[in-house]
Each structure stands twice: as structure tokens, then as C-alpha cells.
Design a binder for this molecule. Structure first.
Ligand SMILES: O=C(O)C(=O)C[C@]1(C(=O)O)C=C[C@@H](O)C=C1
Length: 382
């Protein structure tokens, strides 16, 4: 039987016709529906924060978003005003932090590391976490952006651009994977293994040696929950030791990641940027696009090199919704180029004159430039 995990951003897993997944945890699991038709208990959220950008404005104006399984204190018969919402937020002593996955996911632990004593709020998809912050349902989101073994989480790069949240911090989290199975199941009984695609990639060598068929699902803890609920005897899960105890599974093998140093970097996202400082090491994340032409990327990176600004990450992503561009010597049959967005992290604060000069220089020839955030570097030892 193939695990049927939800791919639709708004369909709760347990509502899928062919999935007998258990009901979701009692703790708020945020489902934001654009149609507003799927909620048991519904609360209408007036979006107090209207992001810039025409698309987003249009979407925000719809205003009616249903929220399922949201704590009753925030449910109201009529639409909530922004005043209601901000009062609710200020009443609360604990920061509400959205993460993707279910209880026991690494992202939950990262959220708790980033914001100790927070109330971690599980979300089905990355996009749901972005929307939960934008619509004031939660205060922050903590989402993975890259891993030392598996590389970039491209989806979150794309969502950073599509949404208007600000990066206000980063947190690095050591990921130690276990092979989990139901009690009484031995390694040799296993035929398949479920986990998040990143987790499967991080355990490539071990899983290949064991000859297990890999199946990607939404998150590691969700995989553990699934095999436990269905009492599967020939399917294992790659997840944390915390997930093993939460879902009462046996740990067949520990530290199965390909390298003992397996670190995921998470971004902390908020509606408002923080004021960049110079009192401690800061990092700045930007995204830009360039004209096509020889040496243009070289020129863009030189604005940092010339000022001795160290780059820590560069990622390119396709520029969506933009037709392919023809080369300069346009004639029929001439080559067409893909357009790219370049995401760059550099080690400097936006409060530094040096950074401001670099970005002013880049703006002279970039076709698009946005600062995603300037935030303290996570210098904690892993
Ligand atoms: O599935 C989880 O437990 C997650 O928190 C997601 C996630 C990811 O998206 O990369 C987070 C950390 C690990 O790298 C593996 C998976």
C-alpha cells in the first residue's frame, strides 16, 4: 500500500479519501483555506497585515480564511478585527511560532531552540506557515532553508520571494536520524522506509546498504506517526529519537545520517524586520536578478569582494512567470535564455555603511533587488 500523504496545501491529511490517517493533534494545526469551505469550526480572520504587491493584496482582500482546530479563545462568531487580533497577541505571554510538520519534527525542536518557551504551532505545508504569520495567527515562523548534507530547501527560497515576511534570525540545528519501526519488527523485515525527502537524502548511504525502497512524505515525525498508527510491519521511518518516544516506536538504528555532522539551518521569519545592529556579527540575505550578458554575475559579486564583504551562500532559482528571454542578436532560431534569481547571504549588517554602499552599487545594474533581512548570525556551537 502506498502511503497517501497530502500534497494539496489545504487538504487536511485525515480528510483524504484514501487515507485513514489519525485526526490531527489537539494543539492548533493550522489549515488556511482560500475557499473557506472545509472547516468544522470556522473563524474569520481580518488580515491586519496587508503585504505589498498586487497579487497579495487581492488575496488579502478576500479576508475570509477558515481556521480549523484553532484554540477556542480566538474563535469568534463574527469577523475578527485587527484590534481583536493585536489584543489577543499582546494578551499572550508565549510567542506562537509556526513550523512545518507534526509534533516531533526537527522543525519543532528548531522553533523551540530559536524561541525558548514558545508555543510551537504545527502547519501542514511551508506555505501555511508563511500565511499563518501574515494573517496574525502566529507571531513567527521557523523554516528550514539548507542542510549540510542535502543542500538547499528550494521551496522555501521560492516562498521567501512570494511572501513579504522578513528574516529576523537564523538557527542551526544538529539533525540526528534514527531508523524507527513498530515493536517486534526487525531490520530484515523492512521493505520500505518513509520520511521527509531531505531526511532520506541525508541517509542515502545507509538506506542503500539496507536495500530499502524510499518514500517521501511531508515530514519525519509524520512518517513515524503513520507507521505507528497503521501498525505497519514492513515499513520503517527515518525520524528523531523524540518522534520514537512520542509515537511509541522502536529505534532500530541511531545516527544513520551519512555524516555525523548533519546540520540544518533554519530561518526565523516575522511580519516586521528587526533593526540591524553592529554590536554582534550580523548576516544579510538578499535576492536579485540581472540582465543577460558576459560577466554580469561576476560584476554583481564584485560589489561585495571590492568591499571585503564575505559571502556565505549563493543560490540561483528560476525566475517564474517570466517568458524565456531571447539573446541580444535576436533573429528567428536564436538562443533563448532562462532568467534567474540569485539569493545571496553576506556577512555584514545593513547598519554598516559598507553594506549599504555595496547594495547601492548592485542596484545600479540589477534588474531587481530585495533585502530579505539583516539578522544576527547563529554562532552557537552545534
Ligand atoms: O521533517 C522534519 O522533521 C523537518 O523538520 C523537515 C526537515 C527539512 O525540511 O529539511 C528539517 C530538518 C531535517 O533536515 C529534515 C527535514
Amino acid at each position: 500500500m502506498a502511503a497517501s500523504f497530502s500534497r494539496s496545501p489545504f487538504t487536511p491529511l485525515h480528510r483524504q479519501n484514501n487515507c485513514k490517517f489519525p485526526p490531527l493533534d489537539p494543539i492548533a494545526r493550522v489549515h488556511i483555506s482560500t475557499t473557506g469551505t472545509c472547516s468544522k469550526r470556522r473563524c474569520y480572520i481580518a488580515l491586519a497585515y496587508v503585504p505589498n504587491g498586487n497579487d497579495e493584496n487581492a488575496k488579502s482582500r478576500e479576508l475570509q480564511r477558515s481556521l480549523e482546530d484553532f484554540p477556542s479563545e480566538t474563535l469568534s462568531k463574527g469577523p475578527l478585527s485587527s484590534t481583536h487580533l493585536s489584543n489577543k497577541l499582546s494578551d499572550r505571554s508565549r510567542l506562537r511560532v509556526a513550523y512545518q510538520g507534526v509534533h516531533g519534527a526537527y522543525s519543532e525542536s528548531a522553533a523551540e531552540k530559536a524561541y525558548p518557551n514558545c508555543q510551537a504551532v504545527p502547519c501542514e505545508q511551508f506555505e501555511t506557515a508563511f500565511e499563518a504569520v501574515e494573517s496574525w495567527i502566529v507571531d513567527r515562523a521557523v523554516l528550514p532553508i539548507e542542510n549540510s548534507l542535502g543542500g538547499s530547501i528550494h521551496r522555501n527560497y521560492d516562498l521567501l520571494l512570494r511572501h513579504r515576511l522578513h528574516i529576523v534570525g537564523e538557527v542551526k540545528f544538529a539533525v540526528r536520524h534514527c531508523l524507527l519501526a513498530n515493536h517486534g519488527v526487525k531490520v530484515e523485515d523492512l521493505k520500505r522506509v518513509l520520511s521527509h525527502s531531505q531526511a532520506l537524502a541525508q541517509c542515502e548511504n545507509t538506506l542503500t546498504k539496507l536495500g530499502l525502497v524510499r518514500e517521501a512524505v511531508d515530514d519525519t515525525a509524520g512518517a513515524a506517526k503513520f507507521i505507528a498508527f497503521h501498525k505497519l510491519k514492513d515499513v520503517g521511518a527515518v525520524a528523531s529519537s523524540a518522534a520514537a518516544s512520542i509515537y511509541d516506536l522502536n529505534i532500530l538504528a541511531q545516527d544513520i545520517q551519512d555524516d555525523s555532522y548533519n546540520v540544518t539551518r533554519f530561518l526565523m521569519l516575522a511580519r516586521e524586520p528587526i533593526i540591524p545592529g553592529t554590536d554582534r556579527p550580523f548576516k544579510t540575505s538578499i535576492v536579485f536578478s540581472l540582465e543577460e550578458g558576459p560577466g554580469v554575475l561576476f560584476k554583481a559579486l564584485a560589489v561585495f569582494a571590492l568591499r571585503q564583504i564575505n559571502l556565505t551562500k549563493i543560490e540561483s532559482r528560476p525566475l517564474r512567470n517570466q517568458p524565456l528571454r531571447a539573446s541580444n542578436d535576436t533573429n528567428n532560431g536564436s538562443p533563448k535564455y532562462f532568467d534567474y534569481l540569485f539569493y545571496v547571504d553576506f556577512e555584514a549588517s545593513m547598519a554598516d555603511q559598507n553594506s549599504q554602499n555595496a547594495l547601492r552599487h548592485l542596484k545600479e545594474f540589477a534588474t531587481f533587488l530585495r533585502v530579505l533581512g539583516s539578522y544576527p548570525v547563529d554562532t552557537s556551537m552545534i
